[in-house]
Design a binder for this molecule. Structure first.
Ligand SMILES: Nc1nc2c(ncn2[C@@H]2O[C@H](COP(=O)(O)OP(=O)(O)OP(=O)(O)O)[C@@H](O)[C@H]2O)c(=O)[nH]1
Ligand SMILES: [Mg+2]
Length: 309
């Protein structure tokens, strides 16, 4: 198949087409690309998540610039809860403006919607990340807004996760911080020139110090203060990201994370399979009440591949 040949040649147009197929027909994509992408991870994947407007895309823009300066190839996947276009398209436009001589063979940007028809993580995401991973970018950046379970879950696909926060988000941020705490390997206090930035940084440091997750852990998330517009603190953040694949403690963490990634990928893939098959099967059902017997029948039919009967 031409598309597979293209993927093997690391042709970016083939990658773009393959992702479109994953978006439109995830089960088919798993079947078609299964063998090609059944490989150990090839790209170092860095995820950024955090509240809307905290500056994730602006930080990514800076990171891409730095990486390109160092002759690295970069893939960016912006995952938007609802629209597959707004976030990624905007990011791509801004990147083109920020880096005028952007070599299209070095930088690949895509956006996907994070949620599927029936809610939960959109079935195309796992395969899309795997496809981008297979391409073997020196750096693969994933952006999701840190609101909603599906969005935060995308971060389970990343090797290193940065949670981007900004000062003065109000009290509800407290709850969110604890949710984001679960996925964070590092924190970024962005817009650090705003009032309250130092307070937020201290708060985070004490949260990390007291969090059961990091008691006796070999990894404690560092906290970076940045201003993505002026570039303050970006060198430190970039140096940290760039050097982490060579950090002994990080490599130990990564070993655990990679196992969890595989579990997560398999789990999502199973969920998708049943979700999509069930969606088809339910179109043919007309029941006014819930019946476990019917559910069991459906499971049997799906497993036997007879769901279209
Ligand atoms: N003052 C200041 N403004 C910033 C900084 N970083 C980003 N901004 C601005 O904040 C706004 C949101 O930035 P984005 O990078 O789009 O934020 P985002 O987190 O990607 O937003 P969503 O993808 O919508 O969740 C833009 O107007 C940026 O110019 C910063 O460090 N300081
Ligand atoms: Mg964004």
């Amino acid at each position: 198949m031409q598309l597979i040949e293209g993927l093997k040649r690391r042709d970016l147009r083939a990658l773009a087409k393959a992702i479109s197929l994953a978006e439109n027909d995830p089960l088919k994509a798993e079947e078609v690309f299964g063998e090609v992408i059944s490989q150990p991870p090839m790209s170092f994947k860095v995820g950024l998540t955090g509240p809307p407007g905290s500056g994730k895309s602006t930080l990514i823009r800076n990171i891409v610039s730095r990486a390109v300066e160092e002759n690295m190839s970069v893939g960016v996947l912006a995952v938007d809860p609802s629209s597959p276009f707004s976030g990624g398209a905007l990011l791509a436009d801004r990147l083109r403006i920020a880096i005028p001589n952007l070599d299209p063979s070095k930088v690949f940007i895509r956006s996907l919607s994070s949620r599927g028809h029936l809610g939960g993580l959109s079935p195309g995401i796992v395969v899309s990340v795997k496809l981008m991973d297979y391409y073997g970018f020196d750096l693969l950046l994933l952006e999701t807004v840190g609101v909603g379970q599906a969005e935060v879950e995308v971060m389970y696909l990343a090797d290193l996760v940065g949670v981007v926060l900004v000062p003065n988000l109000g009290d509800d941020i407290q709850a969110m911080k604890s949710g984001l705490m679960e996925v964070a390997d590092l924190f970024v206090v962005n817009k650090c020139t705003l009032q309250g930035a130092e307070k937020l940084r201290l708060e985070l440091e004490s949260l990390i110090e007291n969090s059961p997750r990091f008691q006796n852990a070999l990894w404690k998330p560092p906290v970076f203060s940045t201003d993505a517009l002026t570039g303050e603190g970006l060198e430190e953040l970039w140096a940290f990201i760039k050097n982490s694949p060579r950090d002994e403690n990080f490599l130990k963490l990564l070993e655990k994370k990679r196992k969890r990634q595989v579990h997560f990928q398999i789990y999502q893939s199973l969920l998708n399979y049943f979700r999509l098959k069930a969606e088809d099967a339910m179109k043919l059902l007309s029941l006014d009440y819930y019946s476990p017997t019917v559910v069991r029948e459906l499971i049997k039919k799906i497993l036997e591949g007879r769901e279209e009967e």
